[in-house]
Design a protein around this ligand. Sequence first.
Ligand code: ADP
Ligand code: MG
Ligand code: ZN
Length: 602
Amino acid sequence: MKKVLKNFFIVVFVILMMASFISLYTENGQKAETVTINKLAEEINDNQIKKVIVEGGDIDIVLKDEKRQKTKKENSESIFSTLKNLGVSPEKIRQTNIVIKDESSNMMWMNIFASFVLPFLIIGLFIYFMMRQVQGMNQKAMIFGKTKAKETKNKGEKVTFKDIAGIKEAKEELFEVVDFLKDSKKFTDMGAKIPKGVLLLGPPGVGKTLLAKAVAGEAGVPFFHISGSEFVEMFVGVGASRVRDLFGKAKKNAPAILFIDEIDAVGRRRGAGLGGSHDEREQTLNQILVEMDGFESHTNVIVLAATNRPDVLDPALLRPGRFDRRVMLDLPDINDREAILKIHARKKPLAKGLSLREIAERTPGFSGADLENLLNEAAILAVKRKKKKIEKIDILDSVEKVMLGPARKSHILNKKEKKITAYHEAGHALVAKMLPNTDPVHKVSIVSRGQAAGYTLKLPREDRVFSTREKFIEELSVLLAGHIVEKIEFGDVTTGASNDLRQATRLARRLVTEFGMAEHLPLRTYGEHEEMIFLGRDIHEQRDYSEKTAEKIDQEVDSLIVNAQKRAEKIIKDNKDKLDKIAALLLEQETIEREEFNKLFK
Ligand code: ADP
Ligand code: MG
Ligand code: ZN
C-alpha cells in the first residue's frame, strides 16, 4: 500500500513539474497587465503605443512609458481588421509600430505536447506503475511460466560427499546415480535400466538438501534445483508451465540432474482440497507425472526429490517408473553425530582435550542441522565469554539453548512462583530418578526457557529405536509429577502444568490407539491418520471404530493416567525429604547438574 502511494506521488510530482514548466515558458517572466482589446484600440487612438507585438492570438503591448500590457484577439482574424472593426482609423494603424511574429515553433511544440502527448504520457506512466505494482505482488507476473530453477554451476564453495557424515546408504545410492550420469554406457551395456527418480525421505535437518548439492558437486553435469513451494503460485497453470519449462531445460542439457526440494508442497495427495491453490497443486503434480512418464528410455535425466512428509505424498508419485527409488535418511546415531561434529568443527578453534565424542553422547535426537547450530551457538557463547577457544562448557550450555530455546533471564518469577516452580521441577526430577526405566536426569533448572518456567532435562543413556510399554508408562508418571507436587505441597495447582498434562494425555492416547499397548482392547490400531488439507487445516483422524469402542478407549486412557498418577504420588510421599532437598537446592542455585543431583541420593 505504501508503494502505491509513493508511485502516486511520483506521478503527481511529474505532472506538477510539467505544468509549472509550461506556464513559466508562456509567461516569460513578464509582469504584464491584462487589458481588453477595446482598451488597445483606445490607446492607439490616444497615441500611447510604442509597439504592438502580435503572436498568433496573443498581443503584447509596449506603451510609450515602457509599461507592458497584454491582450488577446481571435486567432482567425488579422490584427488590422480587428482594430478597424473597433473604430481605429487606417491612419492611426499605419502610424502604430506593429510587429507580427510567427507563432514561435517552440510554443507550437509546447502546445502540441501539452494537448496531445502529455495525456498519453500520463496514462502511460500510470499503467506502467500499475504493472509494476502487480508484478511486485505476484512475484513477477510478467514472466509467469518460466522456472526460477537455478542451474548450479560448480563455482564458489563446492559441496562434495566428503562434507557429509553418516547417512551411508543414501550416499551409496546417490553415488550410483552420479556414476550413472558420468558413464551411462557401462550400465546400459549390462542391460541395467536407468532409475528415473530418487526420492530422499527423512526428518528435517538430516541433510537431504545437502546431499543433493553434493550430488551436483560430484557429478559434473548440469544440476537444476527448484523448491516445491516455488511452483505454487497465485495463478492456476503457472506451476504446470514451470514444470514443463524445467523439464525441457533439463532434457536439453542431458545428462542432467533435476532436484525438486520439498516436493510435498506440490505432491500432496490429490482430491482433498477446495479452492484455487489446490487445483493449482494438482495441475502441477499432474504435469510432473506426465513429464516423468514422458522420458524416453535413453533420456539421461535423473530427478531427485526431497521431502520430510512421505506420508502425505500422492501415491502416484511412488509408482514404478517415477520415484521408484526411495532413500531413507535417518537421524544420526552417536558415531554419525561425532563425525558430523568433526566436519562442522573444522573451522572452529576448539580447546585442547575437548572430546567431540562426549558431545555426541550428550546430543541424542539431534539432527545434522541441530549439531551445526549447536557448534555455532557455542562459538558465539565463547566470544561472549571472551575466550580464545571453544570449551566444553560452552558447547554444553548451548545444548539446552538448541533444545529448548534461549534462556529468558528477563522473565523474572516472584518469590512464590519461584518456589512453586522449584517444587514442580523437583517433582519431575525425583520421579524420573526413582523409576527404573526412565532416562537419567541430566539437569534440573528453574531458569525459564522458551515456553517453560523451568525444565528437567533427561537424556537417554544410549540411542534407541524402540521404546517399551513400561518406559512409556513411567514417562507418564514423570509428566504428571509436577502437577501432583504442586497439589501436595501447596494445596493448589497453577497453570504452569497444563503443557505437562497435554503431553501426558497425548502419550496415553497414542499408547492405546497406535501402539496396541492397552490392557483390555484387541491388538489393533484405532483411527486412520489421513492427511488432508481442508480449508487450510489438517484434519487428522478418520474414525474406524464404533462409539462403543471410543468409550473403551477413553476408559483405557483414563486408567493409564490414573495409575501413573497414583504411582507418582506414592513416590513423592515416600521421598518427601529428597523432594525438599532438591527444591531447596534449586531455589538456592537455580540449576542442578547431573553429578550434584545424583549426590543428593547417596
Ligand atoms: P534437510 O534438507 O534434510 O532439511 P539440510 O540438508 O538443509 O537438511 O541440512 C541443513 C544443514 O545441516 C546442512 O547444511 C549441513 O550443514 C548440516 N547437516 C545435516 N546433515 C548433515 C550431515 N550428515 N553431515 C554434515 N552436515 C550435515
Ligand atoms: Mg531441505
Ligand atoms: Zn512440568
